[in-house]
Ligand binder design. Sequence first.
Ligand code: NA7
Length: 533
Amino acid sequence: MATELDAVIIGAGFSGMYQLLCLRDRLGLQARVLEQGGGVGGTWYWNRYPGARCDSESHSYNYTFSKELLAEWQWSERYPEQPEIMRYMNYVADKFDLKRDIQFDTKVTGAHYDARANRWEVETAAGERFIARFLITAVGCLSTANVPKIPGLESFKGEWYHTGQWPHDGVDFSGKRVGQIGTGSTGIQAVPVIAEQAAHLTVFQRTANYSVPAHNAPLTAEFQSWLKDNRDEVTAVMRSTPNGHPFRISERKVFDVSDAEREQIFEEAWGYGGLQFRGAFQDVLVNKSANDKAADFIKRKIRTIVQDPEKARILSDIDHPYAAKRPPIDTFYFEAFNRPNVDVVYLREEPLERVTPSGIKTAKREIPLDIIVFATGFDAMTGPLLALDIKGRDGVALKDVWAAGPRNYLGLQVAGFPNLFTITGPGSPSVLCNMPVCIEQHVEWITDCIGMMREKGLSRIETTEAEMDKWVAHVNEAAHATLLPQASHSWYLGANVPGKPRVFMPYAGGMVRYREICAEVVAQDYKGFVLAD
Ligand code: NA7
């Protein structure tokens, strides 16, 4: 027996929770969220690794749809730590009574579109079936762990973990020799925390990375009071900046100022810290010579902080423009390499050959280990969607339609998959934006669209091949107007997963432009979509 609903939503993170609230409480639909985890939180439910913290500033990392919620919730630190984000998500779920319509521990294993009945059939690992007119994926962009296929891993006698599938009761590093593979945002957060607990930490670095100090600290009473008085202005800034953060990007260009002034500006930005470093100048992400100045500043900082010249050389040997890969921010990452119990192994100079029963073997030596931490990222953006085994009209699989890379319209819809909406799908600003801002826009757009369909008695919405081609071309054009595609090994390009098509996935045109495009589509009667009774 299948359960009949108006809408199935997959995932109970920021997107799925808000989508449920909108469909159930604003449109009065029968909607249910199917969630693989045992609680709300999405990405944050799984990412419990040491040091897990959001890089968006806490006062901008929340929903803005409810003034009451905004007034009630107070973050404790400049950047929210994973447990505090979980408390927030649970607070929201309880406040809006969402959990009664979220089915936890429910893994979706397939979804197919029945064209005759114009509805979706969704199956779960437990063999349950759901039938619904609308299917909305809220599966996040960074939720499918990428564990590299390293020969010998199965022979390892110690323990190993991926940061994105971290044990809920934690890992005890005390007295242990730990090896960490990966120096992305996650690895950079984890290193200083693991270093403090472990007997020894060896960091296996394939690509050196930039990082700017986060300068995390408790939020002062003065800040909380300022926020209370200026909340509307903060929200307005978040909605009017290209990346959805609560700060504006300077209009000044790198070569508008003298060398000494530029150094001073970078120094101040470094002192302030966080993702705002990118905003010190307007042209850092579009002009390579301008970017070189920012890159050079950070590399000099690394060499100043890290005392051992060999470690400093390895850590500052960065080969891509600053912020062309997602720029990490840190709490004493480079400083951790000054500890006597922390080493770095440069995999470009001594490639990782295999895992042995007792450690990791590189081309030059074997390093004995008790625990291996894979901070090796995710099969980003397309991975979580393709894992759902979605089949559209005539049984055509999404994985086949996307064999050469994701194709869709506005990041929201794929031709041949009517009434399927993908929140923060590839082709949307998503990961290039402060996520909650992007998510609220997507969810509200989808809700308005479904609301309009019900009002007009329409039952099907679908985009076209031609519209997808145009959108993919626009996504490409937006990416190539920046330096972003120049980081050839970035997960934005799918390059971190062997065999994945190299296509720049997120929309780099900025959230403001994207919002305008989506509004224009609506103003022109859902231009690019075919609507039917
Ligand atoms: P990232 O940013 O994809 O970083 C993964 C890291 O793991 C990166 O340093 C990779 O090196 C490294 N990696 C991946 N596979 C391997 C293999 N096979 N061998 C050695 N090293 C490897 O993931 P994160 O979890 O840090 O961050 C993801 C996002 O979460 C982040 O951008 C924020 O948006 C939040 P590479 O650079 O590919 O050479």
